[in-house]
Write a protein that binds this ligand. Structure first.
Ligand code: ADP
Ligand code: MG
Length: 291
């Protein structure tokens, strides 16, 4: 009787706007007690914009933005899009020659631009390249440092806004007695600013994609049954590590492939996070039907 009931469950899932891959997903979903959210592109819209340009002494603001944009035009991260758009606002120069582009998920990117080595990314990424930066005092923006031939040029602040359905989704999870967690590669201040908008939520910030997966493993080792909701390449390892991986339909293919469930329901043109709560509630009901 079990397979039939589970098939009914998956059909109902499609009606709710969640695509469920296989019955095993629903089976583990009923025991979930912890729900981990990625920040950028999951709890937030992922449509980022430049909020400020902060040059090092003697550096021009447009030089920082143009330099960063040359590299970011090859990157897929939401911060990259924001910087490319900002650079477009004061264009007019010839396109530079870009070679050796390399993206490091959860950290940043680098490339040779007109023969110069350009590095963009978080503090960790610049430290990896042996470049020291003037870390700004805690800012709630995502901080993108820019360096040219080993010299720090300054940083660009980028911000994002909360997904409309983030607050109701987190509130309903709490109502079901589930523990919400925010897990992000962004800095703690930026993570805290988003956390404050969804009410009580545990925050784990500044983690690399590998550390995201390790965090899920640790939660499971502690006896929790964990769902992870994410959208990015940087979330793929954590999504497959979770008892239930839940991907955002508009996220990266790698995240979707690593997940058991994909959220396809859209409200006002963007993916609706409350569909994830419905999927968890559905799993419980379906299993109750079987018993
Ligand atoms: P999240 O966990 O919020 O989805 P990521 O793990 O994708 O964030 O990225 C973590 C951090 O790495 C970003 O907040 C940003 O500081 C930095 N980063 C990642 N990719 C880039 C990039 N292409 N350019 C600049 N910074 C980047
Ligand atoms: Mg993300």
């Amino acid at each position: 009787a079990t397979p039939t009931a589970l098939l009914v469950g998956t059909g109902r899932g499609a009606q709710l706007g969640v695509l469920i891959r296989g019955a095993a997903a629903l089976e583990s979903a009923r025991r979930i007690d912890t729900v981990v959210f990625d920040k950028t592109g999951t709890l937030t819209t992922g449509r980022m914009r430049v909020s400020g340009v902060h040059p090092a002494h003697g550096v021009r603001r447009d030089e920082i933005v143009r330099t960063a944009a040359a590299v970011e035009s090859y990157a897929e991260h939401p911060v990259a899009q924001a910087i490319v758009i900002a650079a477009g606002q004061h264009s007019g120069t010839d396109s530079p020659t870009v070679t050796d582009f390399r993206a490091v998920p959860g950290r940043g990117a680098s490339a040779m631009v007109d023969g110069k080595q350009i590095v963009v990314g978080n503090t960790l990424h610049l430290a990896d390249a042996g470049i020291s930066v003037d870390t700004p005092t805690p800012v709630t923006d995502t901080v993108v440092h820019v360096a040219c031939d080993g010299r720090w040029l300054g940083w660009i602040g980028v911000t994002d806004s909360l997904r409309d359905t983030a607050l109701p989704a987190v509130a309903r999870l709490r109502g079901l007695g589930l523990r919400p967690v925010l897990l992000t590669g962004d800095n703690p201040a930026a993570a805290g600013a988003i956390a404050n908008q969804v009410g009580p939520i545990e925050v784990i910030a500044g983690v690399t994609p590998e550390a995201k997966a390790a965090t899920i493993r640790r939660l499971r080792d502690d006896g929790h049954t964990v769902a992870m909701i994410g959208d990015g390449v940087n979330d793929a390892a954590a999504l497959s590590e979770a008892d239930l991986g839940i991907a955002i339909a508009t996220g990266s293919d790698i995240a979707i492939e690593a997940s058991d469930v994909t959220l396809v329901r859209a409200t006002a043109g963007t993916v609706d996070l409350t569909a994830a709560v419905d999927a968890l509630a559905l799993a419980r009901t379906t299993l109750r039907t079987i018993k």
